[in-house]
Write a protein that binds this ligand. Structure first.
Ligand code: GAP
Length: 515
């Protein structure tokens, strides 16, 4: 565990030292759970957003984009249920005065049972080798069965209590499981209370006429209220989707995991409008399509798993998370929700405007059902960044820090390094840079010994270093060094563009998602 915590600390300090993420308004000691993306972070974040957008919008002829405003008419949030039901159950520890999410305390307890089961399964898989059958072991080994069934019944009970609004039972569960304050070990808890997560603000100049607004807690509602505008102006036929990326705001109670849980964050959401009765087919389709998109980045299949919700949100009839193995364990990365016709019906009711689709094939009007995919851009960033950060022991006994980012997402695709700062090498290097920057984000560096410059680019995640040396003057060739293998090849300057393109193009990476 200590090792995992150290790894996470490394991630945070590397992100700051190499210009990826800074605490917000740091000169004033920062603002809790709010962060700024720095010069390299903003490029990585943009590349993740573009990778998502391309796969969703450009590659689906029946999905179009939208950029709705953050501020919306306040009735939106009454209709969506957020005013009444967008709450987290919170609990305070009377001794430490620390505040926790009651559901997270219980989920963490359940996850420990899961980890115990995993440990047993891992031991058995080593013991039995090739012939090991995981599914059979999970359903026959008494110890594993006990761990998993206890975990499942805890989560099911919590789901039911939260669904029924029975907060006394949530507290009873915490007490029965003897869950203690993770920081102090105290079990002296208050009652569980609901806490609304929306940030309020005001529109208007004078106090009397000002209108109370909310900062949107999800981007999805901007899509719902524009459903008919997009459908009519784009002549969209069901099934079709509307995709959007943008900021969302939540006054999170527990926000201690760097960019995992922020108060201001970015979502990438897509609402897919379908014929009622077909939602389960599309729900399964989007579950597997989205998992394949994640897998295309090559961070390792074992780092992902599905988690079906025991506690359904007020709008859903089925929901699953794609969880990722973050440095602090498996946690939600993306949600896939079958939202029924809840949102469109609610907006019809509250606005008095019809939000229906006329199906020309069936010759009738209906309210479409919706399957949503919703992934946090910052969580994507953390999953990619933390998994890519490696300390490697080298053959000469030294170590190197290398950020093995999927090259399609790397902030800078190649760095141009003149071997020395004289003999005309910088001029050639700058000319190569001037040619390649039309196609790729490039860096130029002539400071320090070339070995140190390689190390710096490794730490920034740059897939290629191109070195201009004296031979370049004679034969128009350079060396190209590959970040992950540190292998160097001698190639013609004229071939550089194709070599880089081959490795970093979104097309070749995204094609892996469609296999
Ligand atoms: N429209 C549905 C919706 O908002 P959600 O599960 O509440 O569903 C979707 O959020 C995704 O947004 C999550 O899977 C997560 O990646 C991201 N997310 C939610 N709250 C977040 C926070 N406080 N900080 C960073 N990302 C967050």
């Amino acid at each position: 565990m200590a090792k995992q915590e150290d790894l996470f600390k490394n991630v945070i300090s590397h992100a700051k030292e190499y210009g990826f993420i800074f605490p917000s308004s740091e000169i004033y000691d920062g603002l809790s759970a709010v962060y700024d993306y720095a010069q390299n972070g903003v490029e990585l974040k943009k590349n993740i957003r573009d990778y998502w957008w391309k796969s969703m919008v450009q590659m689906h002829e029946n999905i179009v984009g939208l950029d709705a405003s953050i501020l919306m008419h306040p009735t939106t949030w009454k209709a969506s249920g957020h005013v009444d039901a967008f709450n987290d159950p919170l609990i305070d520890n009377k001794d430490s005065k620390k505040r926790y999410r009651a559901d997270v305390l219980i989920e963490d307890y359940a996850e420990k049972l899961n980890q115990k089961a995993e440990k047993e399964i891992e031991k058995a898989s080593v013991r039995f080798g090739e012939s090991f059958n995981r599914a059979e072991y999970e359903t026959t080994n008494p110890r594993v069965m006990e761990y998993l069934s206890k975990r499942n019944s805890i989560l099911a009970r919590m789901g039911k209590s939260l669904g029924d609004g029975d907060l006394a039972d949530v507290k009873a569960l915490i007490e029965e499981l003897e869950i203690a304050d993770p920081e102090t070990g105290s079990k002296n808890w208050t009652e569980v209370k609901q806490f609304n997560l929306m940030f309020g603000t005001k529109l208007g100049a004078s106090a009397e006429s000002a209108m109370d607004l909310y900062l949107r807690p999800e981007t999805a509602q901007g899509i719902f209220v524009n459903f008919l505008n997009v459908q009519k102006s784009g002549r969209m036929k069901i099934p079709f989707g509307i995709a959007q990326t943008g900021k969302a705001f939540r006054n999170e109670i527990v926000a201690r995991q760097f960019i995992f849980r922020m108060r201001e964050f970015e979502q990438m959401e897509m609402q897919f409008f379908v014929k009622p009765g077909e939602e389960m087919k599309w729900y399964e389709y989007w579950k597997s399509t989205r998992l394949n998109w994640h897998l295309s980045l090559g961070l390792g299949e074992k780092n992902y798993r599905f988690h079906d919700h025991d506690k359904l949100a007020h709008y859903a009839n089925a929901a699953a998370d794609i969880e990722f193995n973050f440095p602090f364990g498996f946690k939600e990365l993306e949600g896939i929700h079958s939202r029924t016709d809840f949102d469109l019906k609610a907006h019809e009711e509250f606005s008095g405007k019809k939000l229906q689709y006329f199906d020309t094939e069936e010759n009738k009007n209906y309210t479409p059902y919706v399957v949503e995919t919703s992934v946090g851009l910052d969580r994507m960033f953390l999953s990619v960044f933390a998994t890519s950060l490696k300390e490697e022991a080298l053959e000469d006994g030294s170590t190197r820090t290398v950020l093995k980012l999927p090259s399609v997402l790397a902030p800078t695709k190649a760095a141009i390094l003149p071997l020395v700062k004289k003999d005309g090498l910088p001029d050639i290097a700058k000319q190569i840079m001037a040619d390649l920057k039309w196609d790729f984000n490039m860096a130029y560096d002539e400071k320090d010994a070339v070995g140190r410059r390689y190390r710096r680019q490794d730490a920034l995640g740059t897939p290629f270093c191109i070195t201009v040396d004296h031979q370049t003057i004679e034969d128009q060739t350079v060396t190209i060094r590959h970040r992950d293998t540190m292998k160097q090849d001698r190639v013609a300057i004229a071939d550089l563009r194709d070599i880089i393109e081959n490795e970093v193009s979104m097309k070749s990476w995204l094609m892996k998602a469609n296999k």
